[in-house]
Design a protein around this ligand. Sequence first.
Ligand SMILES: CC(C)(C)c1nc(N2CCN(c3ncccn3)CC2)c2cc(C(N)=O)c(N)nc2n1
Length: 323
Amino acid sequence: MTVEARIKSLQKKLNQYNYEYHVLDQPTIEDSEYDALLRELIELEQQHPEFKTDDSPTVRVGGVVLDKFEKVKHDTPMLSLGNAFNEEDLRAFDHRITQAVGSVQYMCELKIDGLAVSLKYEDGKFIQGLTRGDGTTGENITENLKTIHNIRLSIEEPLSFEVRGEAFMSKDVFKSLNESRESEGLDTFKNPRNSAAGSLRQLDSRLASKRKLDIFLYSVNDLTEINASTQHEALSRLDTLKFKTNQERSLKDNIEGVLDYIKYWTEHRHDLRYEIDGIVIKVNDLEQQQQLGFTEKSPRWAIAYKFPAEEVETYLHDVELSI
Ligand SMILES: CC(C)(C)c1nc(N2CCN(c3ncccn3)CC2)c2cc(C(N)=O)c(N)nc2n1
């Protein structure tokens, strides 16, 4: 096999292993075997840089050091969400909607407690990643986002659109990061959200790569590009394009179903391997979304139900401090 053929086959194999491990959560080879193949590919690409591609799995290890993050305007502004804190707020949200557009289905999604980011694809290639920033302008953190293994560096269709999602750090990664920081005498991070934010703000993408960040994607800015007519179809389309979406989502026929879903996750949220701070409820049908429209900064067809703050955690924290 020629060197070029070996490099191409390693790139293909490692990208497939990445997808199985980080998107499907179903690895088919041992980590040690993956690492050995990756080391071989890094070496071959260093000897033959003409065969290195910008969607090679070696991109994941980072290595670009910036002196600052450039500010970039979002093509499509990233909106914010209205909040609901109790059943009354949710019923008022439902009443306003059904009065305006009649009966609707709701897509319920776990509200991942991370950092909203926007990924831009052009002809199927990941070309730019931005933080949400103030919704209008974000920071260019493309090199750091490339180190998140389940972010597709290229997709199998030459699509051009922006995919939005929440980058986060899992509870286990957060715990071991704080343990190693403690042993190095560094100050620890307060919660996974803060450590994800700190990781994405690293100017050296090699450091960002070590933080093992993760991401769930939840919306596309140009739905005609993926010809979806509901949020349910949009998420399924992201799945077929091998993006990582959250599989705990559920389609409900009315507000009662939404209340059941919220009740369930209020009780089971701590069984998850990542933190959530609520539930996002969206009108499923895109035409009904259009009819409902937007306020000046958030959609009228979506709301974020926020879990009540947990006294137990703060109480224990205070007790620890007072000892
Ligand atoms: C596309 C819309 C606007 C409906 C939307 N917006 C979201 N967010 C907006 C406010 N965001 C925000 N962030 C910081 C400051 C102000 N707003 C943070 C993202 C969503 C966040 C999540 C999630 N976290 O899991 C989700 N499953 N779906 C979302 N959907």
